[in-house]
Design a binder for this molecule. Structure first.
Ligand code: ADP
Length: 501
């Protein structure tokens, strides 16, 4: 650390993190430590019930403004490379000539494709689609969003008949704008969320393109996440910085957590929770209704999500109003009595993997006279732990069924996201899942992941081993609860879940 390179050396990395609620830029030093960041909130547009859109021009302007803000006073020539990570699945189309979006971007949460997906399911197409893409037939993914855009955007200039239309997820949109239309490309992790990309051939799937009426000519070129995505126009940031790393947010977090070996698993606890387990270099298929997806390093993962994680803490704070702030949940849970038989099932919007029950609704079960605020808060945090165990059990079954991996159980759970600032929660997660929980020093793992990818491309890191050495542990929480006690509590959780379905 003593030998600092001369200041003109290209030793910095710029990560753009385009998320659902904000756009951020983070500047990292050569050792991948965050040194500066800037964020701009993103406007949410709700045109109809279940519809969610973003203004694509606003996203690009915010990304540019964030980059300029973190580079203020710094010679842009010092930046070795740009990495881009983004909200996945969100889709838009634009005019190649003018670069103007033809409609707002349709956000991943948007449900307008629900009827179309239901119709395709009725035709029995889901297993066939899952076999190709690793995904389930759901409006969450890009295909029905793009289909809707192609059908509904009435274009006055006749673009729809020609080749002058471009489709992209948010990564593609940012690359296009940074290179001023020179590069129309996406990376494998984003492509693997479109429902149009074949996980085995690693290419757009002709049969799926026909099914959803998508002309191949409008699709971006698909590149490896650690790849060459062109250079940004020097007029934008002051230097022609190469874009050398691109990955969707969850795969970027998995890379930032150095989950490079089969069986390595990370979980990100924000509003919801996303867990990914590395399953090695052959495309997997989940037998437990989890998703199969491409990782940023020519490997694959099984992914599962929990709809309500930090959101349950938000609800205690804003809905029930029994919490002054989210961090207060720690002190309250710590002093709560271990009220036996008390379970909080936060199925506010149904239950996700592995239950997939959209009709289920939340409940608090096992209430007695002596239960107060503290116990409710504790039960809410417990629920996030039990749901994690639900996911991990399904993942373990998937991983164990792949004989070639020779993995019977997962080693540890690497965690990040807003909730993991809560030590009580992390310890409880270890106790209720039976896995050691590892919290890294940098919990901005999404931006870190693409900084690593870009840094690899720029030669600041040698290889993944080198990156794994940079990954630094903040704290490891090891389970102290006995297995019998853990399993008894979990049986109670399963019973509580059964009662809300
Ligand atoms: P997102 O990226 O989804 O907006 P963040 O990663 O910023 O989410 O995490 C914010 C979430 O974490 C909120 O839902 C909040 O309730 C929860 N949260 C933040 N701090 C704590 C804490 N100390 N204990 C429990 N939950 C917390």
């Amino acid at each position: 650390m003593k030998e600092r390179p001369p200041s003109h050396a290209r030793t910095r990395l710029l990560a753009i993190d385009q998320g659902t609620t904000s756009t951020r830029a983070i500047l990292f030093d050569a050792a991948a430590r965050p040194v500066r960041s800037h964020a701009i909130p993103l406007r949410q547009i709700y045109p109809a019930n279940g519809w969610v859109e973003h203004d694509a021009a606003e996203i690009w302007q915010a990304a540019l403004a964030c980059c300029r803000a973190v580079l203020r006073g710094i010679d842009a020539a010092e930046v070795a490379a740009i990495g881009i990570t983004n909200q996945r699945e969100t889709s838009l189309i634009w005019d190649r000539q003018t670069g103007a979006p033809l409609h707002n971007a349709i956000v991943w949460q948007d449900r307008r494709g629900a009827a179309r997906c239901a119709a395709l399911k009725k035709r029995g197409l889901e297993p066939w689609i899952t076999g190709k893409t690793g995904l389930l037939l759901d409006p969450y993914f890009s295909a029905t969003k793009l289909e809707w855009l192609l059908k509904n955007v009435k274009d006055r200039s006749g673009l729809f008949k020609g080749r002058d239309l471009a489709f992209g997820t948010i990564d593609t949109w940012l690359i296009w704008n940074l290179t001023r239309g020179k590069v129309h490309a996406t990376d494998v992790t984003n492509a693997s969320r479109t429902l149009l990309w074949n996980l085995k051939t690693r290419d757009w799937d002709g049969e799926l393109l026909r099914l959803f009426g998508v002309p191949r000519a409008i699709l971006p070129d698909v590149r490896e996440s650690r790849g060459d995505f062109g250079r940004c126009d020097p007029m934008l940031l002051g230097a022609p910085i190469p874009i050398l790393g691109v990955a969707g947010d969850q795969q970027a977090a998995s890379f930032g957590q150095a989950c490079f070996a089969p069986g390595d698993v990370k979980a990100t606890y924000g509003t919801g929770c996303f867990a990914l387990v590395n399953t090695g270099d052959k495309a997997p298929r989940s037998r437990n209704r989890l998703l199969a997806t491409a990782l940023a390093q020519k490997q694959y993962a099984i992914e599962g999500s929990i709809f309500i994680a930090g959101a349950v803490v938000q609800w205690l704070r804003d809905g029930l109003q029994i919490l002054p702030s989210a961090p207060d949940s720690e002190a309250l849970a710590k002093r709560a009595r271990p009220a036996e038989g008390l379970y909080f099932v936060p199925a506010f919007t149904g239950l996700g993997a592995p239950y997939w029950d959209p009709q289920a609704r939340g409940a608090i079960l096992g209430l007695t006279r002596d239960i107060g605020r503290d116990e409710i808060v504790r039960a809410a945090l417990d629920a996030v732990c039990y749901q994690t165990r639900d996911l991990l059990e399904a993942m373990t079954r998937d991983v164990a069924s792949r004989k070639s991996l020779n993995l019977k159980r997962l080693r540890a759970l690497k965690v990040d996201g807003g909730m993991v600032a809560n030590d009580w929660f992390c310890q409880r997660l270890a106790d209720l899942t039976g896995l050691a929980v590892e919290r890294p020093r940098v919990t901005e793992t999404t931006a870190l992941g693409v900084a690593y990818l870009a840094g690899l491309g720029a030669g600041l890191f040698r290889d993944e081993k080198d990156i794994a050495r940079h990954w630094a542990l903040d704290r490891r929480f090891t389970p102290v609860l006995k297995k019998a006690a853990r399993d008894k509590l979990y049986t109670g959780w399963k019973r509580a879940v059964a009662r809300v379905r």
